[in-house]
Ligand binder design. Sequence first.
Ligand code: F3S
Length: 391
Amino acid sequence: MRLTEEERSILEGKEGNAAKKSMEILVALGEIYGAERLIPVTSVQISGVSYANLGDAGLEFLAELARDGRVRVKTTLNPAGMDMENWRALGIDEKFAEKQIKVIEAFADMEVATTCTCTPYLIGNKPNFGEHIAWGESSAVTYANSVLGARTNKEGGPSAIASALTGKTAEYGLHLDENRQAQFVVEVNARIDSPMLFGALGYVAGKLAKGRIPLIRGIGKATVEELKSLSASIVTYGAAPIFHIEGITPDKTLTPDEKVTVKQKEIDEAIADMNDTDDVDFIFIGCPHCSMDEMETLAELLKGKNVKKELWIGVARPIKKMADEKGYSKVIEESGAKFACDTCHVVAPLKGRFKALATNSAKGIYYGRGKNGFKTAFRPLADCIKLAVEE
Ligand code: F3S
């Protein structure tokens, strides 16, 4: 790889140990993937923040970097293992909380903005078209590449931190235009008009993709909430972390010859596949984390209701604060629902606490089953709330 003078000096340790280690990680990755050079990034999002994933070894690694490492670009975090303020109400144990707090403190020492969310693009970490970034969370990476037209690979925890501490990434993969072209067409011939249905489309298209990039046609319009749902599910179920939708996403792409049609039948089968129970004891909304519009809808659905089961709302803390100001949070909390800011049902240590999960997120279903062994109910938002208020 060709390194600039500044990059070489970081590699020689002239700008501290954390920057040196970071440069070593980036150069090693660049060499593995055949990158010719490093390029500047404007934004970083770090995943692998939950102590449940990091363990003590991960915590030590972070503490060592925090001794002299300071971020050089705007950097936010993916959800942690608990709500950093309200963890007791969510039943998180004291020992876990102690360790999780240390993890966040290490990031704070590195001057990371310690907002923990998988929707950084809703809270001010929103890159523009064409910007090179280094993000970690798969749904956010897919949203950034596809919907915003920013350029990022799906970074692991250490490589995202390395980018934050140097302001660089290796130029390979989705940073290069030739690797962002669609590889097959998905012609949609079905009604796709809610976040849940976009999630189901992601399930079908992701399985068809087998690691490739789809060009989706036949979708007239899509909201932010629908696109974040599709971004989360399509990559979870097997596509590359980028898709194109004709008339909606901003990247130019070639039109491949191979075409697959998705009909209503396949969408219905996907929904049936993600449902194996009605008898749920846990409902999670906000995968990916809720937007302001979703907070408003939740307040409308929960107004005057009495929640009988554990209902968590996953949301970035800045969005929750805006919802406080609008009065939505009060209505939601009065119903008995709980906010899970900074965290979610997948990264929180929930195994064994619940039997069956209801959610409107296809990604949430995948990890609810795979990571926590839950039975699952995949329903539209209003039906999830109905399940939460039923005896
Ligand atoms: Fe976000 Fe957790 Fe879903 S990180 S995308 S809410 S699994």
